[in-house]
Design a protein around this ligand. Structure first.
Ligand SMILES: *[C@@H]1O[C@H](CO)[C@@H](O)[C@H](O)[C@H]1NC(C)=O
Ligand SMILES: *[C@@H]1O[C@H](CO)[C@@H](O)[C@H](O)[C@H]1NC(C)=O
Ligand SMILES: *[C@@H]1O[C@H](CO)[C@@H](O)[C@H](O)[C@H]1NC(C)=O
Ligand SMILES: *[C@@H]1O[C@H](CO)[C@@H](O)[C@H](O)[C@H]1NC(C)=O
Ligand SMILES: *[C@@H]1O[C@H](CO)[C@@H](O)[C@H](O)[C@H]1NC(C)=O
Length: 599
């Protein structure tokens, strides 16, 4: 009885629906030479470009709830219609929809936690970027200043063009939009070799608690589409800049914490003591980021904190190198955050971060934390990860076959095999054991295919359509911008986040990948499980019996033409001598190659 009445009741209701005001907000992803229209009941209404690329309009509703957005040329002609169908709901007026994109609700799950965080992390004003949505940024910049940047990312001899240009930017989130004055600059070094350049905006007023927004074509945090003037660049990662504001939030968990002096580093920042003053450190390897003007010890020496640490660490080595007691570790922990660097090192080993702290002495912030009165190392720029090492001659080919590689992986890559900093740490069994323990917990709880897959799959779901859009854009982007381009396909993308490598095809793609993401996680986690079980057996047996695959390394020094050359004899299972860096100023990657590209 009840059920029979229901359709009748519903049809009565629809008959009485009154016209309502419906508001629409949509973000264009097509650049400023197009407008957006609303197509409703077969009529097209041009929408208002409130702050480009956000268009709005309000209509009186009729009975249908279906609508679409269309792309209009400047004469108001429809040049394209969305492929997707939309239905008006109570939510529509309060969100910013995106042209030709479904209103997806993706809930990216956090990775399982291995340990409680060491730092308080996050304030109300400065939250992590929301990785459940894709932001959109449009910048209107001074045309000739901007052209100077995009056409000349390098000056002569590979020197970075550090010019800036003035812009007005509109930053659109799912529910908000922000307009700011900003200056635009290029970022990175390698990134400038690509047609799809990497950018940073410094803002006159904060957005999401930040005074700068940094867009990189590589590595992950949250996502944003980027359009500058008429150039639709496509999908980028929006990443944080490790400055005072970030430190305040992420390390101290306060809005205006007393933050200390910090230095950014490039390959070769070995943390060796070289002397007391600026002239010993200010050679492009260490760059002062923030100076704590209230540091009572520094006396105006901007490099005081670096020198002080380097000296203290060297003294600690001298005093405790033959001491295996807890006292040695306690003495170190009085001035250095050991636990944080060990956690970081486990991640670097598992992901094979060949351009970071351990392997390359770079891409880390060296920070004096005045709240704890301790020095600490804060990593950034993990773009050289999950690739394995095959693309770098610095590492052996058999790195995945030796379990020991899980702790020794970076030793051989370093210039002159110099493992000054990490070697001194691992000289202490207590520290080495803690590293092993962290690795064990990390593999069990996070670094395995089952634990990471939900994150990978949800991000795929969020960005897949934009990834495909992005692939086509590179050929439509201003042809006068020189630089490498990549032409991936959806199959490449899906394959590479799973178990497929990406072949190097120089005519199509400059970048390749020796491993699929899940493939790497599987292989490396399995390898390091073996390493850990060898270590465990080793401990139980007390005496050092053979680890499955051992290698003895002897270093001999000979002098030719006054330069010291290290040669290595590698016995047992090793087949090849593994080269170290050939570039004197770097521990790391073969930067020499870039000279060729720069013409
Ligand atoms: C910086 O930009 C200005 C304006 O576009 C230009 O005149 C100048 O040559 C640029 N400087 C460099 C070093 O490229
Ligand atoms: C940008 O700067 C101009 C001139 O200083 C100022 O009038 C305007 O309000 C600023 N706009 C924004 C969005 O901050
Ligand atoms: C590493 O490179 C060698 C030589 O190019 C190749 O034979 C081998 O298959 C590569 N290994 C992986 C895992 O890509
Ligand atoms: C000693 O180590 C070996 C392998 O290294 C292992 O097979 C053996 O079970 C260990 N002995 C004990 C008593 O655990
Ligand atoms: C030593 O120096 C000379 C002259 O600069 C050079 O020809 C020679 O190759 C050098 N020898 C080695 C072993 O580097």
């Amino acid at each position: 009885m009840k059920f029979e009445l229901l359709p009748f009741a519903l049809s009565c209701l629809t008959a009485f629906i009154k016209a309502e005001s419906w508001k629409f907000n949509v973000v264009s992803i097509k650049g400023p030479s197009y407008d957006i229209g609303l197509k409703y009941n077969n009529k097209v209404l041009k929408m208002e470009p409130s702050v480009f690329p956000l268009f709005t309009t309000t209509i009186e509703s009729e009975s249908s709830k279906n609508y679409k957005y269309v792309l209009l040329d400047k004469d108001g002609n429809v040049v394209e219609e969305e492929e997707i169908k939309r239905t008006y709901t109570s939510e529509t007026s309060s969100i910013n929809e995106v042209y030709n994109r479904e209103n997806k609700v993706v809930d990216i799950p956090p990775l399982p936690k291995v340990y409680d965080p060491l730092f308080k992390s996050g304030t109300n004003k400065y939250q992590e970027y929301d990785d459940n949505e894709i932001y959109t940024l449009y910048a209107k910049c001074d045309e000739s200043e901007y052209n100077n940047l995009k056409y000349n990312p390098f000056l002569s001899d590979g020197v970075k063009n550090e010019n800036t240009t003035n812009c007005i930017i509109n930053f659109i989130t799912k529910t908000k939009n922000y307009q700011r004055n900003a200056t635009l600059e290029l970022t990175g070094y390698d990134s400038r070799l690509y047609k799809k350049l990497s950018w940073k905006f410094k803002l006159n007023k904060k957005i999401l608690g930040r005074k700068s927004l940094k867009f990189r074509a590589t590595y992950s945090s949250a996502y944003s589409r980027v359009i500058i003037n008429d150039d639709v660049y496509g999908l980028y990662n929006i990443v944080d800049v490790p400055n005072k504001r970030w430190l305040s939030s992420a390390i101290h968990g306060k809005k205006k914490a007393h933050t200390g002096t910090s230095y950014k580093t490039r390959a070769g920042a070995s943390l060796k003591y070289l002397g007391e003053t600026e002239k010993y450190y200010n050679n492009g390897v260490y760059k002062v980021i923030e100076i704590d003007k209230n540091d009572p010890e520094a006396n105006g020496n901007n490099y005081y904190r670096l020198a002080h640490f380097a000296k203290t660490y060297a003294d600690w080595i001298d005093q405790y190198q033959n001491d295996q007691s807890q006292a040695a570790v306690d003495a170190l922990e009085k001035f250095f955050n050991l636990e944080s660097v060990l956690r970081q090192m486990v991640i670097e080993s598992l992901t094979f971060s060949y351009d970071n702290f351990w392997a390359n002495s770079g891409n880390y912030l060296f920070y004096y934390n005045p709240e704890q009165n301790k020095y600490q190392i804060i990593p950034y720029d993990f773009d050289g990860t999950f690739h394995g090492s095959n693309s770098s001659k610095r590492f052996g080919e058999d790195y995945l076959e030796e379990p020991e590689n899980c702790i020794s992986w970076a030793d051989r890559s370093r210039r002159h095999y110099d493992t000054y900093f990490v070697g001194a740490l691992f000289n202490h069994d207590i520290i080495k054991n803690r590293y092993n323990e962290i690795m064990k917990d990390t593999i069990n709880k996070v670094f395995n295919v089952d634990s990471i897959s939900p994150l990978i799959e949800n991000i795929r779901n969020l960005i897949e359509v934009d990834i495909v859009w992005n692939f086509d854009l590179i050929d439509k982007l201003d042809n006068k911008i020189s630089g490498f381009v990549n032409h991936y396909t959806l199959d490449d993308f899906i394959g590479n986040i799973n178990y497929d490598k990406l072949e190097y095809k120089p005519s199509i793609n400059n970048n390749f990948a020796n491993f699929g993401l899940k493939q790497w996680i599987k292989l490396r986690s399995e390898q390091c499980q073996i390493y850990l079980s060898n270590v465990a057996n080793d401990k139980i047996n007390k005496t050092k019996t053979t680890i499955t695959i051992t290698r003895t390394i002897t270093t001999t020094k000979k002098t030719t033409n006054n330069t010291k050359t290290d040669t290595k004899k590698i016995s047992t299972t090793s087949r090849k001598i593994i080269p170290t860096s050939t570039v004197s100023s770097r521990c790391g990657p073969e930067y020499g190659a870039y000279k060729l590209i720069l013409k």
